[in-house]
Ligand binder design. Structure first.
Ligand SMILES: NC(=O)c1ccc[n+]([C@@H]2O[C@H](COP(=O)([O-])OP(=O)(O)OC[C@H]3O[C@@H](n4cnc5c(N)ncnc54)[C@H](OP(=O)(O)O)[C@@H]3O)[C@@H](O)[C@H]2O)c1
Length: 294
Protein backbone atom coordinates (compact mmCIF):
# COMPACT_ATOMS: atom_id res chain seq x y z
CA UNK A 1 0.00 0.00 0.00
CA UNK A 2 1.50 3.41 -0.94
CA UNK A 3 1.43 6.26 1.56
CA UNK A 4 -1.03 9.06 0.75
CA UNK A 5 0.76 12.37 0.27
CA UNK A 6 -0.68 15.06 2.54
CA UNK A 7 -0.02 18.52 1.18
CA UNK A 8 0.12 21.62 3.38
CA UNK A 9 -3.29 23.30 3.22
CA UNK A 10 -3.50 27.06 2.62
CA UNK A 11 -6.75 28.82 3.48
CA UNK A 12 -7.40 32.06 1.58
CA UNK A 13 -10.18 34.15 3.14
CA UNK A 14 -12.20 36.85 1.34
CA UNK A 15 -11.80 34.83 -1.83
CA UNK A 16 -13.92 37.06 -4.09
CA UNK A 17 -11.60 40.02 -3.60
CA UNK A 18 -8.82 41.29 -5.88
CA UNK A 19 -5.84 39.79 -4.07
CA UNK A 20 -7.51 36.45 -3.37
CA UNK A 21 -8.52 36.20 -7.05
CA UNK A 22 -4.87 36.66 -8.07
CA UNK A 23 -3.83 33.97 -5.58
CA UNK A 24 -6.43 31.71 -7.20
CA UNK A 25 -4.84 32.30 -10.61
CA UNK A 26 -1.40 31.38 -9.27
CA UNK A 27 -2.45 28.42 -7.10
CA UNK A 28 -2.05 25.83 -9.94
CA UNK A 29 1.65 26.85 -10.21
CA UNK A 30 2.12 25.53 -6.66
CA UNK A 31 1.02 21.91 -6.80
CA UNK A 32 2.97 21.18 -3.60
CA UNK A 33 0.18 22.97 -1.69
CA UNK A 34 -3.54 22.43 -1.36
CA UNK A 35 -5.55 25.65 -1.51
CA UNK A 36 -8.93 26.37 -0.02
CA UNK A 37 -10.54 29.62 -1.17
CA UNK A 38 -13.46 30.73 0.97
CA UNK A 39 -15.64 33.79 0.40
CA UNK A 40 -17.55 35.68 3.10
CA UNK A 41 -20.64 33.54 2.48
CA UNK A 42 -18.69 30.38 3.35
CA UNK A 43 -16.46 31.72 6.10
CA UNK A 44 -17.08 35.16 7.59
CA UNK A 45 -13.95 36.03 9.54
CA UNK A 46 -15.99 37.98 12.08
CA UNK A 47 -18.00 34.86 12.98
CA UNK A 48 -16.00 33.49 15.94
CA UNK A 49 -17.98 30.31 16.30
CA UNK A 50 -17.75 29.45 12.62
CA UNK A 51 -13.99 30.03 12.71
CA UNK A 52 -13.47 27.69 15.66
CA UNK A 53 -15.66 25.01 14.11
CA UNK A 54 -13.82 25.35 10.83
CA UNK A 55 -10.37 25.02 12.42
CA UNK A 56 -11.52 22.07 14.49
CA UNK A 57 -12.56 20.23 11.35
CA UNK A 58 -9.75 21.25 8.98
CA UNK A 59 -6.01 21.03 9.44
CA UNK A 60 -4.80 24.35 8.00
CA UNK A 61 -1.06 25.11 7.75
CA UNK A 62 -1.35 28.68 6.44
CA UNK A 63 -4.04 31.36 6.48
CA UNK A 64 -3.70 34.17 3.95
CA UNK A 65 -6.21 36.71 5.19
CA UNK A 66 -7.47 38.64 2.16
CA UNK A 67 -10.79 39.42 3.86
CA UNK A 68 -11.21 43.06 4.77
CA UNK A 69 -13.58 45.98 4.95
CA UNK A 70 -12.04 48.07 2.14
CA UNK A 71 -14.63 50.81 1.52
CA UNK A 72 -12.45 53.68 2.73
CA UNK A 73 -15.06 56.47 2.54
CA UNK A 74 -17.96 54.34 3.78
CA UNK A 75 -15.87 53.38 6.82
CA UNK A 76 -16.06 56.98 8.07
CA UNK A 77 -19.77 56.39 8.83
CA UNK A 78 -19.83 52.61 9.19
CA UNK A 79 -17.07 52.64 11.81
CA UNK A 80 -18.40 49.67 13.74
CA UNK A 81 -18.27 47.32 10.74
CA UNK A 82 -14.80 48.53 9.74
CA UNK A 83 -13.40 47.82 13.22
CA UNK A 84 -15.31 44.54 13.53
CA UNK A 85 -13.81 43.13 10.30
CA UNK A 86 -10.43 44.89 10.13
CA UNK A 87 -9.56 44.79 13.84
CA UNK A 88 -11.52 42.42 16.07
CA UNK A 89 -11.91 39.64 13.50
CA UNK A 90 -8.21 39.87 12.57
CA UNK A 91 -7.13 39.59 16.21
CA UNK A 92 -9.42 36.64 16.68
CA UNK A 93 -8.24 34.91 13.50
CA UNK A 94 -4.62 35.41 14.59
CA UNK A 95 -5.43 33.87 17.98
CA UNK A 96 -7.19 30.88 16.39
CA UNK A 97 -4.16 30.37 14.13
CA UNK A 98 -1.86 30.37 17.16
CA UNK A 99 -4.09 27.85 18.91
CA UNK A 100 -3.98 25.45 15.92
CA UNK A 101 -0.31 25.97 14.98
CA UNK A 102 -1.28 27.71 11.73
CA UNK A 103 0.90 30.42 10.16
CA UNK A 104 -1.10 33.65 9.93
CA UNK A 105 -0.41 35.96 6.96
CA UNK A 106 -2.32 39.22 6.99
CA UNK A 107 -2.51 42.21 4.65
CA UNK A 108 -2.45 45.79 5.89
CA UNK A 109 -2.21 49.20 4.32
CA UNK A 110 -0.16 52.34 3.65
CA UNK A 111 -3.07 54.21 5.29
CA UNK A 112 -1.59 53.40 8.72
CA UNK A 113 0.81 56.31 8.04
CA UNK A 114 -0.27 59.95 8.27
CA UNK A 115 1.19 61.04 4.92
CA UNK A 116 3.41 63.75 6.38
CA UNK A 117 6.72 62.03 5.51
CA UNK A 118 8.74 62.89 2.42
CA UNK A 119 10.83 59.72 2.26
CA UNK A 120 9.63 56.19 1.45
CA UNK A 121 8.05 54.75 4.58
CA UNK A 122 9.82 52.05 6.52
CA UNK A 123 8.10 49.42 8.64
CA UNK A 124 9.57 51.12 11.73
CA UNK A 125 8.36 54.65 10.87
CA UNK A 126 5.72 56.19 13.11
CA UNK A 127 2.13 55.28 12.32
CA UNK A 128 -0.78 57.66 12.82
CA UNK A 129 -3.73 57.05 10.49
CA UNK A 130 -5.86 59.95 9.28
CA UNK A 131 -9.03 58.01 8.52
CA UNK A 132 -11.24 55.34 10.11
CA UNK A 133 -10.16 52.63 7.64
CA UNK A 134 -6.50 53.30 8.51
CA UNK A 135 -7.22 53.16 12.25
CA UNK A 136 -9.19 49.92 11.85
CA UNK A 137 -6.32 48.33 9.90
CA UNK A 138 -3.71 49.55 12.40
CA UNK A 139 -5.70 48.12 15.28
CA UNK A 140 -5.92 44.86 13.28
CA UNK A 141 -2.12 44.77 12.99
CA UNK A 142 -1.72 45.42 16.72
CA UNK A 143 -4.25 42.78 17.74
CA UNK A 144 -2.76 40.22 15.35
CA UNK A 145 0.73 40.70 16.79
CA UNK A 146 -0.58 40.73 20.37
CA UNK A 147 -2.63 37.56 19.96
CA UNK A 148 -0.06 35.83 17.79
CA UNK A 149 3.45 37.35 17.75
CA UNK A 150 4.38 35.03 14.86
CA UNK A 151 1.88 36.80 12.56
CA UNK A 152 3.27 38.01 9.24
CA UNK A 153 1.80 41.35 8.16
CA UNK A 154 2.32 42.86 4.73
CA UNK A 155 1.45 46.54 4.28
CA UNK A 156 0.62 47.46 0.72
CA UNK A 157 -0.79 50.41 -1.23
CA UNK A 158 -3.02 51.42 -4.17
CA UNK A 159 -3.94 47.83 -5.09
CA UNK A 160 -5.38 47.04 -8.54
CA UNK A 161 -6.05 43.92 -10.57
CA UNK A 162 -8.03 42.73 -13.55
CA UNK A 163 -10.45 41.39 -10.90
CA UNK A 164 -12.81 43.43 -8.75
CA UNK A 165 -13.19 47.18 -8.60
CA UNK A 166 -10.22 49.49 -8.54
CA UNK A 167 -8.74 52.71 -9.88
CA UNK A 168 -7.52 51.16 -13.16
CA UNK A 169 -10.94 49.75 -14.01
CA UNK A 170 -12.65 53.00 -13.02
CA UNK A 171 -10.33 54.97 -15.32
CA UNK A 172 -10.95 52.57 -18.23
CA UNK A 173 -14.70 53.01 -17.77
CA UNK A 174 -14.46 56.80 -17.53
CA UNK A 175 -12.21 57.03 -20.62
CA UNK A 176 -15.06 55.45 -22.61
CA UNK A 177 -17.76 57.72 -21.20
CA UNK A 178 -16.13 61.13 -20.74
CA UNK A 179 -14.07 63.50 -22.89
CA UNK A 180 -12.25 64.83 -19.82
CA UNK A 181 -11.88 63.89 -16.15
CA UNK A 182 -10.36 65.44 -13.03
CA UNK A 183 -7.79 63.39 -11.13
CA UNK A 184 -5.89 64.32 -7.96
CA UNK A 185 -2.25 65.23 -8.48
CA UNK A 186 -1.02 65.96 -4.97
CA UNK A 187 -1.10 62.52 -3.37
CA UNK A 188 2.09 60.52 -3.87
CA UNK A 189 2.25 56.75 -3.62
CA UNK A 190 2.92 53.63 -5.60
CA UNK A 191 0.38 51.35 -7.26
CA UNK A 192 0.56 47.64 -6.43
CA UNK A 193 -0.48 45.01 -8.94
CA UNK A 194 -2.29 42.39 -6.83
CA UNK A 195 -0.72 39.65 -8.99
CA UNK A 196 2.79 40.79 -7.94
CA UNK A 197 1.71 40.89 -4.31
CA UNK A 198 0.22 37.39 -4.62
CA UNK A 199 3.56 36.11 -5.98
CA UNK A 200 5.40 37.60 -3.01
CA UNK A 201 2.96 36.14 -0.48
CA UNK A 202 3.43 32.69 -2.00
CA UNK A 203 7.19 33.22 -1.85
CA UNK A 204 6.85 33.77 1.92
CA UNK A 205 4.86 30.53 2.16
CA UNK A 206 7.46 28.61 0.13
CA UNK A 207 10.32 29.95 2.27
CA UNK A 208 8.43 29.09 5.47
CA UNK A 209 7.81 25.60 4.15
CA UNK A 210 11.53 25.13 3.51
CA UNK A 211 12.35 26.07 7.09
CA UNK A 212 12.66 29.88 7.10
CA UNK A 213 9.62 31.27 8.89
CA UNK A 214 8.89 35.00 8.73
CA UNK A 215 6.97 37.20 11.14
CA UNK A 216 6.43 40.88 11.81
CA UNK A 217 5.70 43.71 9.41
CA UNK A 218 6.87 44.05 5.78
CA UNK A 219 6.06 46.85 3.34
CA UNK A 220 5.33 45.95 -0.28
CA UNK A 221 4.35 47.95 -3.35
CA UNK A 222 5.61 48.03 -6.92
CA UNK A 223 8.79 49.97 -7.68
CA UNK A 224 8.55 53.72 -8.35
CA UNK A 225 6.60 56.77 -7.21
CA UNK A 226 3.63 58.43 -8.85
CA UNK A 227 0.47 60.47 -8.27
CA UNK A 228 -3.11 59.46 -9.08
CA UNK A 229 -3.16 61.79 -12.10
CA UNK A 230 0.11 60.38 -13.49
CA UNK A 231 -1.22 56.88 -12.82
CA UNK A 232 -4.33 57.83 -14.83
CA UNK A 233 -2.14 59.28 -17.60
CA UNK A 234 -0.16 56.04 -17.82
CA UNK A 235 -3.41 54.06 -18.18
CA UNK A 236 -4.63 56.54 -20.83
CA UNK A 237 -1.40 56.22 -22.84
CA UNK A 238 -1.47 52.42 -22.69
CA UNK A 239 -5.06 52.42 -23.98
CA UNK A 240 -4.45 55.18 -26.58
CA UNK A 241 -7.39 57.07 -25.12
CA UNK A 242 -8.10 60.68 -26.04
CA UNK A 243 -9.69 61.46 -22.70
CA UNK A 244 -8.16 64.59 -21.14
CA UNK A 245 -6.90 64.25 -17.59
CA UNK A 246 -7.11 67.48 -15.61
CA UNK A 247 -4.83 67.40 -12.57
CA UNK A 248 -6.58 68.77 -9.48
CA UNK A 249 -5.70 69.21 -5.81
CA UNK A 250 -7.12 67.10 -2.96
CA UNK A 251 -8.43 70.37 -1.57
CA UNK A 252 -10.76 70.74 -4.55
CA UNK A 253 -11.98 67.10 -4.41
CA UNK A 254 -13.38 66.46 -0.97
CA UNK A 255 -14.03 62.87 0.08
CA UNK A 256 -15.51 61.58 3.34
CA UNK A 257 -12.16 60.07 4.33
CA UNK A 258 -8.91 62.05 4.18
CA UNK A 259 -6.08 60.35 2.31
CA UNK A 260 -2.36 60.62 3.13
CA UNK A 261 -0.59 63.00 0.76
CA UNK A 262 2.56 60.84 0.77
CA UNK A 263 2.41 57.09 1.27
CA UNK A 264 5.25 55.63 -0.78
CA UNK A 265 6.41 52.44 0.94
CA UNK A 266 10.07 51.58 1.47
CA UNK A 267 10.47 47.99 0.28
CA UNK A 268 14.14 47.36 1.17
CA UNK A 269 13.29 44.94 3.98
CA UNK A 270 11.13 42.63 1.89
CA UNK A 271 13.56 42.74 -1.06
CA UNK A 272 16.57 41.92 1.14
CA UNK A 273 14.96 39.21 3.23
CA UNK A 274 13.16 37.42 0.39
CA UNK A 275 16.01 38.07 -2.09
CA UNK A 276 13.60 39.42 -4.70
CA UNK A 277 13.45 42.32 -7.07
CA UNK A 278 10.14 44.14 -7.46
CA UNK A 279 8.70 45.04 -10.87
CA UNK A 280 8.41 48.75 -11.77
CA UNK A 281 4.78 49.85 -11.53
CA UNK A 282 4.34 50.76 -15.21
CA UNK A 283 5.44 47.30 -16.41
CA UNK A 284 2.97 45.61 -14.10
CA UNK A 285 0.23 48.02 -15.09
CA UNK A 286 0.78 47.11 -18.73
CA UNK A 287 0.43 43.39 -17.92
CA UNK A 288 -2.79 43.99 -16.01
CA UNK A 289 -4.34 46.19 -18.68
CA UNK A 290 -3.76 43.49 -21.28
CA UNK A 291 -5.95 41.18 -19.19
CA UNK A 292 -8.88 43.59 -18.95
CA UNK A 293 -11.30 43.21 -21.85
CA UNK A 294 -11.85 46.47 -23.83
N1 LIG B 1 -7.52 47.81 -2.44
C1 LIG B 1 -6.52 48.59 -2.05
O1 LIG B 1 -6.21 49.61 -2.67
C2 LIG B 1 -5.71 48.24 -0.84
C3 LIG B 1 -4.66 49.09 -0.44
C4 LIG B 1 -3.92 48.75 0.67
C5 LIG B 1 -4.18 47.59 1.38
N2 LIG B 1 -5.22 46.79 0.99
C6 LIG B 1 -5.50 45.59 1.77
O2 LIG B 1 -5.23 44.46 0.96
C7 LIG B 1 -6.10 43.38 1.30
C8 LIG B 1 -6.77 42.84 0.07
O3 LIG B 1 -7.48 43.90 -0.54
P1 LIG B 1 -8.37 43.72 -1.84
O4 LIG B 1 -8.18 44.94 -2.65
O5 LIG B 1 -8.15 42.37 -2.42
O6 LIG B 1 -9.82 43.80 -1.15
P2 LIG B 1 -11.23 43.50 -1.81
O7 LIG B 1 -11.12 43.29 -3.27
O8 LIG B 1 -12.16 44.54 -1.27
O9 LIG B 1 -11.59 42.11 -1.14
C9 LIG B 1 -11.91 41.97 0.20
C10 LIG B 1 -12.81 40.76 0.31
O10 LIG B 1 -13.09 40.52 1.69
C11 LIG B 1 -14.45 40.13 1.77
N3 LIG B 1 -14.95 40.32 3.12
C12 LIG B 1 -15.47 41.43 3.70
N4 LIG B 1 -15.86 41.16 4.95
C13 LIG B 1 -15.60 39.85 5.18
C14 LIG B 1 -15.78 38.98 6.28
N5 LIG B 1 -16.33 39.41 7.42
N6 LIG B 1 -15.40 37.69 6.16
C15 LIG B 1 -14.85 37.23 5.02
N7 LIG B 1 -14.66 38.00 3.93
C16 LIG B 1 -15.03 39.30 4.01
C17 LIG B 1 -15.15 41.02 0.76
O11 LIG B 1 -16.42 40.52 0.45
P3 LIG B 1 -17.61 41.56 0.07
O12 LIG B 1 -17.09 42.37 -1.07
O13 LIG B 1 -18.73 40.65 -0.24
O14 LIG B 1 -17.81 42.39 1.31
C18 LIG B 1 -14.17 40.95 -0.40
O15 LIG B 1 -14.44 39.85 -1.23
C19 LIG B 1 -7.04 43.95 2.35
O16 LIG B 1 -6.58 43.61 3.63
C20 LIG B 1 -6.94 45.45 2.18
O17 LIG B 1 -7.22 46.15 3.38
C21 LIG B 1 -5.97 47.08 -0.11
Amino acid sequence: MSAVEIKPLILVTGSNGQLASELKVQAPNHPQFEFLFLAKENLAIDNKEALHLFFEKNHIQYVINCAAYTAVDKAEQDTESAFLINSDAVGNLAAVCKMYGTTFIHISTDYVYDGQHHQPLKETDAVSPINVYGWSKLKGEELALKQNPQSLIIRTSWVYSSFGNNFVKTMLRLFKDKPAINVINDQYGCPTYAADLATVILKFVQKSESGTPFSGIYNYCNEGITTWSDFANAIREMKNSNCIINPISSESYKTLASRPSYSVLDTHKIKNELCISIPFWKGSLEKCIQLIPS
